[in-house]
Design a protein around this ligand. Structure first.
Ligand SMILES: NC(=O)c1ccc[n+]([C@@H]2O[C@H](COP(=O)([O-])OP(=O)(O)OC[C@H]3O[C@@H](n4cnc5c(N)ncnc54)[C@H](OP(=O)(O)O)[C@@H]3O)[C@@H](O)[C@H]2O)c1
Length: 282
């Protein structure tokens, strides 16, 4: 059953459902169950990665749901460990993901983080080749800064449709967002609930009370109010699945959007900042 407000965003011919199910830290039977239940209730977008070590469980959930492969959008990511961004290794890694997931193709294959040990002049043509060979319908990147994307675009002969980055009300991504908009690349918001921090914010709670919805829904609605964004909240809790999906139907006033927009600070990147992070743009 589709949720009536469940719509898509388009970039480079990719039609991406605006609200996906994140699966980082979904493991074992919980992961199988949440993916199965999510697809059954109307999620049309699932996000996983090799680094989450759950592709097999995501694949099992997909299988058990019985939902046809062409009815949902599936993303995985290749992590640059073991020099996997070298062209031959990249192809082997993509094939391994398809095998783990039990599918013939994914809709979106992302480079999980930039890796300066292998030049993008080698990695990007190899990634494009995987799309042409049908292993993925679209390609994208994650945790890339503007310089990384500018470099990647020099070597891409198919569109880069997404940059998946941390985004929620407490982090500024204005400079990156403007760049992505100009390049017709969607900003896919990971950690869109700031891993739970949005639940304790007084302004978000006040707006949630006014709408009689949850702070999670307000955070997601705020992210999706910009038509250049997609969000992938994670839950392993079946009770949270429907509420997160229903956030696509929550509409905020201009005043509420502005209030939430003022919560961000320039040092708001408080979650993902490993040693191998690029220099962020904001
Ligand atoms: N590309 C990257 O480098 C990268 C990095 C991080 C994340 N990601 C992707 O983005 C996804 C989401 O990010 P995230 O997992 O970091 O954080 P998140 O989605 O901001 O927050 C997840 C946390 O919020 C809780 N939660 C979810 N919905 C809730 C609700 N309605 N009410 C109360 N609690 C709720 C979850 O617990 P329950 O499970 O108990 O609901 C979990 O503890 C990941 O799963 C992954 O797919 C990508």
């Amino acid at each position: 059953m589709r949720t009536k407000n469940y719509n898509i965003r388009t970039a480079g011919k990719a039609n991406i459902p605006v609200l996906g199910l994140g699966t980082w830290q979904s493991t074992g039977q919980d992961c199988i169950d949440v993916v199965k239940k999510g697809l059954e209730m109307g999620y049309e977008h699932i996000d996983t990665a090799q680094a989450y070590d759950n592709e097999k469980e995501v694949g099992e959930g997909i299988k058990q749901s019985g939902v046809a492969r062409d009815k949902f959008f599936l993303t995985t990511k290749i992590f640059p460990d073991d020099m996997k961004f070298e062209p031959e290794k990249l192809k082997a890694a993509a094939q391994k993901s398809l095998e783990n997931l039990g599918v013939d193709y994914v809709d979106l294959l992302l480079l999980h983080w930039p890796d300066d040990r292998v030049p993008l002049s080698e990695t990007i043509p190899a990634l494009c080749e995987l799309q042409k060979q049908g292993l993925t319908r679209h390609i994208g990147v994650s945790n890339f800064n503007i310089a990384n994307i500018t470099e990647a675009e020099k070597y891409a002969d198919v569109p880069i449709v997404v940059n998946q980055v941390e985004f929620h009300p407490f982090i500024k991504q204005d400079t990156l967002q403007t760049f992505l908009n100009n390049h017709h690349i969607l900003l896919e918001a990971y950690s869109p609930l700031a891993r739970g921090d949005v639940f304790d914010n007084d302004i978000i709670k006040e707006i949630a009370d006014k709408h009689n919805v949850t702070p999670a829904q307000i955070s997601l609605a705020w992210i999706l109010s910009d038509k250049h964004r997609v969000a992938i909240p994670k839950t392993s809790n079946p009770d949270h699945l429907q509420g997160n999906l229903d956030a696509v139907g929550v509409e905020l006033s201009a005043d509420e959007l502005e209030k939430i927009g003022k919560l961000a600070s320039s040092d708001g990147r408080k979650i993902e900042h490993p040693d191998y992070s690029p220099v962020w743009d904001d």
